[in-house]
Write a protein that binds this ligand. Structure first.
Ligand SMILES: *[C@@H]1O[C@H](CO)[C@@H](O)[C@H](O)[C@H]1NC(C)=O
Ligand SMILES: *[C@@H]1O[C@H](CO)[C@@H](O)[C@H](O)[C@H]1NC(C)=O
Ligand SMILES: *[C@@H]1O[C@H](CO)[C@@H](O)[C@H](O)[C@H]1NC(C)=O
Ligand SMILES: *[C@@H]1O[C@H](CO)[C@@H](O)[C@H](O)[C@H]1NC(C)=O
Ligand SMILES: *[C@@H]1O[C@H](CO)[C@@H](O)[C@H](O)[C@H]1NC(C)=O
Ligand SMILES: *[C@@H]1O[C@H](CO)[C@@H](O)[C@H](O)[C@H]1NC(C)=O
Ligand SMILES: *[C@@H]1O[C@H](CO)[C@@H](O)[C@H](O)[C@H]1NC(C)=O
Ligand SMILES: *[C@@H]1O[C@H](CO)[C@@H](O)[C@H](O)[C@H]1NC(C)=O
Ligand SMILES: *[C@@H]1O[C@H](CO)[C@@H](O)[C@H](O)[C@H]1NC(C)=O
Ligand SMILES: *[C@@H]1O[C@H](CO)[C@@H](O)[C@H](O)[C@H]1NC(C)=O
Ligand SMILES: *[C@@H]1O[C@H](CO)[C@@H](O)[C@H](O)[C@H]1NC(C)=O
Ligand SMILES: [Cu+2]
Length: 589
């Protein structure tokens, strides 16, 4: 049979592109470049010299390879935020949790395994505070041949919200840790790397979104800020929220949204107003006192095409007052999964592991009361009264190789003390946490319900909690103390949203559910980097299941090395961790 050549060519092209896409390969060269914002220039760390970094365009189910070359001055790691990475914690990224850092001059090949994620995610550095400038979008299109659960938008635009610090970010972190106090806050917020009109020396470079009346735009909004939850709105335009954290939502309309660091929100913008210039704007949502947070506003401009005289200045949107907690909680409570035939939900209904974690701001005594926290103390933060301390060997390797002395396995399921967590007055001694590196061990396939309870210690704060390795269903949220009897009756088990980051409201609670079907070591932390370095972190170890596809595979052979003293392991010490805890026992030399 004679096959026309163009058929063969078509077949070849299909194969070539299909496989190229399915195994996209990127090169990330991490290096410093000079960058000017707010009338001054400093060196910032970037990927490939770009700020924000390159966008990854992929399809649902793809596997991506990224070769990360550290040509910077500091230890470095990178994390694929919201990718569950089944059985692949090895290249998840958080330093001293799943790997030791990539040292200057070194290289690490990272594999990103996408499965059910579809929509918008992002990637960012996960060492010290280098993520302040090292981040980018990850756009996950539907599988080939399928489409969105809403009319195909005419164009798609990433809107990456960030913050900008005039100071070198390493200096900000060093100062924070040295002083023990609140530390500094950012000087500006940014939209796609630009502060916008309202800041000095910024007007020229303001991000402009050109739109045509009658068309619909999908804005893929990401909050990459180090420190701040943000209100975001576009003047005279409602936003139709259709997705968050790479999972679709039942569409709902809002004049503004609330987005936490780490979170992504997809919205449809209909260009249905009179041709004009309209501001899009973002500013902080915070309960911090005036004078100790960045109260500036970042803007970009939505510009209709056509012949007209734009209003000057452009029309400005309504944004709630900085501390409008009700607006924020209302937004979180409005998220609902599609939960239809094509997008079924899988919320665990029979729970076998109940956890209750308090999230607290803390103080710690400082020699001679010489720190800058309240009464000369050092500020810390904790989960269940344990302020997490990073180990020197990453927990994943310590677990895999069964290296003793790196972490403890006694992270408590409940706080040491039940009291009125949201009361205004409490004994001062409650403020002081214990410090340690404890992990919570979960059996493979266990069904977990975790209630977060924000406490009023040091007036409390909202906490955008982020879990690596899983997406979780948010089944309930409220203000005040969690009521074990009444609140579970309000749970949404029908169409709860599937998130990887969610705001636990100040002096409030929030309940998540997930199934621990991803063996390995997975970090959970507040996505305010300040709270993270103060110790509001926890680590889950999900044990291996019985079948081969439920077991943690060996590490890639280019894992960045850790430096540690050789500890000869006797089987006695190894066994003291418990018989099922270490999948592999090896003598480390
Ligand atoms: C905080 O930031 C400001 C503005 O960038 C800077 O002038 C100051 O030195 C920084 N440090 C402290 C401790 O305030
Ligand atoms: C936005 O939605 C609200 C409530 O549905 C409506 O009252 C308002 O007119 C809408 N605004 C625009 C600009 O479409
Ligand atoms: C921002 O905070 C500064 C310092 O506290 C204050 O002077 C200024 O009025 C505030 N600006 C706004 C817009 O709230
Ligand atoms: C918000 O801040 C204002 C001004 O500082 C204050 O009067 C008000 O009580 C605060 N609201 C809440 C809910 O804390
Ligand atoms: C949020 O606020 C809107 C408008 O006030 C209200 O209609 C809606 O019921 C609230 N939603 C939730 C979940 O509280
Ligand atoms: C604390 O103060 C005492 C008396 O001034 C001084 O001798 C001591 O060195 C100080 N300790 C520290 C850790 O600064
Ligand atoms: C500082 O000390 C005073 C006096 O002991 C106490 O009333 C106050 O609550 C303390 N502040 C904090 C934040 O611990
Ligand atoms: C807990 O404290 C809050 C704030 O002071 C108060 O409103 C509430 O009634 C207290 N709850 C109980 C059960 O005492
Ligand atoms: C946290 O633990 C410390 C040390 O055991 C204790 O003094 C403190 O009261 C605890 N705080 C709370 C809120 O349980
Ligand atoms: C884990 O759950 C999956 C899906 O419910 C099931 O197919 C599998 O058999 C379970 N494995 C174990 C070891 O329980
Ligand atoms: C960089 O990482 C290596 C390996 O974990 C570690 O030994 C070293 O102390 C780190 N350097 C800094 C400055 O943190
Ligand atoms: Cu926090």
């Amino acid at each position: 049979m004679k096959v026309p050549t163009y058929h063969l060519l078509g077949f070849f092209l299909f194969f070539f592109f299909y496989h190229r896409r399915a195994w996209a390969h990127y090169k990330f060269v991490v290096k410093e470049v000079p960058c000017t914002r707010l009338c001054s220039t400093k060196n910032i760390l970037t990927v490939n010299g770009q700020f924000p970094g390159p966008t990854l365009y992929v399809h649902k189910g793809d596997t991506i390879i990224v070769d990360v070359y550290n040509r910077g001055k500091y230890n470095f790691t990178i994390h694929w935020h919201g990718v569950t990475q089944p059985r692949n914690p090895w290249t998840d990224g958080p330093e001293y949790i799943t790997q030791c850092p990539i040292q200057p001059g070194a290289k690490f090949r990272q594999k990103i395994i996408l499965t059910t994620e579809e929509g918008t995610l992002w990637w960012h550095a996960h060492s010290d505070w280098t993520r302040a400038t090292v981040y980018g979008a990850m756009i996950i299109y539907p599988k080939w041949g399928t489409t969105y659960p809403f009319p195909k938008p005419d164009a798609e635009i990433p809107i990456i919200l960030g913050d900008w610090w005039k100071q070198d970010i390493k200096e900000v972190l060093d100062e924070l840790l040295l002083s023990g106090g609140e530390g500094n806050y950012s000087d500006a917020f940014t939209i796609n790397g630009q502060p916008g009109d309202l800041y000095p020396c910024s007007k020229q470079d303001t991000f402009r979104l050109k739109v045509e009346r009658g068309l619909t735009y999908l804005l893929r909004i990401i909050n990459s800020a180090v420190q701040d939850m943000l209100f975001f709105a576009i003047a005279d335009h409602n936003l139709t929220v259709v997705g968050s954290d790479a999972s679709y939502l039942k569409p709902f309309k809002r004049s503004f949204i609330v987005i936490s660091p780490g979170q992504t929100i997809d919205v449809l913008l209909e260009a249905n107003q009179n041709p004009n210039h309209y501001y899009m704007a973002a500013k902080s949502y915070t309960v911090a006192a005036e004078g100790v947070f960045d109260n500036t506003t970042t803007t970009a401009i939505v510009e209709y095409s056509g012949n007209y005289t734009p209003s000057s200045p452009p029309l400005f949107p309504y944004l709630p007052y900085y501390n409008d907690t009700l607006a924020s909680v209302n937004f979180t409570a409005s998220l609902r999964s599609l939960a239809d035939k094509e997008h079924p939900i899988d919320v665990p209904m029979e729970i076998n592991t109940y956890l209750f974690y308090t999230l607290s701001m803390n103080t710690f005594p400082c020699p001679n009361n010489s720190c800058s926290g309240p009464n000369g103390t050092r500020l810390l933060a904790s989960v269940n009264n344990i302020s997490f301390v990073n180990p020197e060997i990453d927990i994943l390797e310590a677990y895999y190789y069964c290296i003793p002395g790196v972490f403890g396995i006694r992270f408590p399921d409940f706080p040491p003390l039940f009291y009125n967590f949201t009361e205004e007055y409490y004994p001062l001694s409650y403020e002081i946490p214990t410090r340690g590196t404890e992990v919570k061990i979960l059996d493979y396939n266990s069904t977990v319900e975790l209630v977060f309870q924000g406490t009023s210690l040091l007036l409390g704060s909202d906490h955008p909690m982020h879990l690596h390795g899983f997406s979780f269903y948010v089944v309930g949220v409220g203000l005040g103390n969690f009521d074990n009897e009444k609140d579970p009756l309000t749970y949404n088990l029908v169409d709860p949203p599937l998130q990887n980051t969610i705001i636990v409201p100040v002096k409030g609670w929030l309940t998540i559910r997930f199934k621990a079907n991803n063996p390995g070591v997975w970090y959970m932390h507040c996505h305010f980097d300040r709270h993270m370095v103060w110790g509001m972190d926890a680590v889950f170890i999900v044990k291996n299941g019985k079948s081969p596809e439920a077991k943690l595979p060996p590490p890639p052979n280019d894992m960045p090395p850790c430096y540690y003293k050789a500890v000869p392991i006797t089987s006695k010490v190894a066994n003291s961790l418990g018989p099922d805890i270490c999948p592999i026992r090896m003598e480390i030399k």
